[in-house]
Design a protein around this ligand. Structure first.
Ligand SMILES: NC(=O)c1ccc[n+]([C@@H]2O[C@H](COP(=O)([O-])OP(=O)(O)OC[C@H]3O[C@@H](n4cnc5c(N)ncnc54)[C@H](O)[C@@H]3O)[C@@H](O)[C@H]2O)c1
Length: 246
């Protein structure tokens, strides 16, 4: 990748206290961006933000008042938003017969409605400056069916892909690109929590590249999309070791 320079860019990364979000926040910062580390986990967000000299913001992306407050803090601190990475997400593994309406709404609220709320919150700012880069972390689940998650998870991630395309088309005239990344199994807490080592190994054995992806590999793709990739928009980009080829 050509050397990426994100000096003078301001980035918001949701779900950045651990896992992929943390790797994305760290890499954007290493490339020069000023980063808002947004998460519901206040302590972990603070420790990431301290390390990268960013700002920690405690916010639940599914709550509009939290999202409004997040934007207020970012504008007060940095005066701008150039990059939004909608990464915050949760997984629930219940099969359809065990998904009650509350659990359904929880997963859709965080994984899909959170993407809507955060995107809406930054579009006016990006529109005014005629520049913006939005990257939505979907999943292979959005392209096919989730390995770990239930129907709500797959539905939410498929919804993110549709949202990405629809918004990308509308905002392209304003210099804003909107893309989705579809990771396969990535080595994070989410996988460790919901997948036994034996189950993980069985999945890996079936992958053309038989290992977990790393959060840093996803972060590199985000860096590319927010810097070099001015002609890519509305895309859903797979990063899954060849697990899914469609
Ligand atoms: N790990 C994988 O294999 C994998 C694969 C495909 C897609 N994804 C997606 O990638 C994203 C990151 O996943 P990860 O594996 O790093 O997960 P993770 O569980 O390790 O980290 C997720 C982070 O999001 C935060 N978060 C959860 N709900 C939130 C909310 N409502 N508001 C703000 N922050 C919230 C958590 O506190 C946590 O810090 C998620 O959207 C996930 O669905 C993960």
């Amino acid at each position: 990748m050509p050397s990426v320079d994100l000096n003078n860019k301001v980035a918001i990364v949701t779900g950045a206290a651990q896992g992929m979000g943390r790797a994305i926040a760290e890499m954007l910062s290493a490339k020069g961006a000023q980063v808002a580390v947004v998460d519901t986990d206040e302590n972990k967000a603070i420790s990431v933000a301290e390390r990268i000299k960013g700002v920690a913001i405690t916010a639940d992306v599914s709550k509009s008042e939290d999202v409004n407050n997040m934007i207020k803090i970012v504008m007060e601190r940095f005066g701008n938003v150039d990059i939004l990475v909608n990464n915050a997400g949760i997984v629930r593994t219940s099969r359809i017969e065990n998904i009650d309406y509350d659990e359904w709404k929880l997963v859709l609220d965080v994984n899909l409605n959170g993407v809507f709320l955060c995107t809406k919150a930054v579009l006016g700012i990006m529109n005014a400056q005629q520049f913006g880069r939005i990257v939505n972390i979907s999943s292979s689940a959005g392209r096919s069916v989730s390995t770990l998650g239930g129907a709500h998870y797959t539905t939410s991630k498929a919804g993110v892909l549709g949202f990405t395309r629809a918004v990308a088309k509308e905002v392209a005239p304003f210099g804003i690109t909107v893309n989705a990344i579809c990771p396969g199994l990535i080595d994070t807490e989410m996988v460790h929590q919901h997948c036994s080592p034996e189950q993980t190994q069985a999945y890996l054995n079936s992958f053309p590249i038989p290992r977990l992806g790393t959060p840093e590999e996803v972060a590199q793709l985000v860096c590319f999309l927010v810097s070099e990739a001015a002609y890519i928009t509305g895309a859903s980009i797979d990063i899954n070791g060849g697990d899914l080829m469609i």
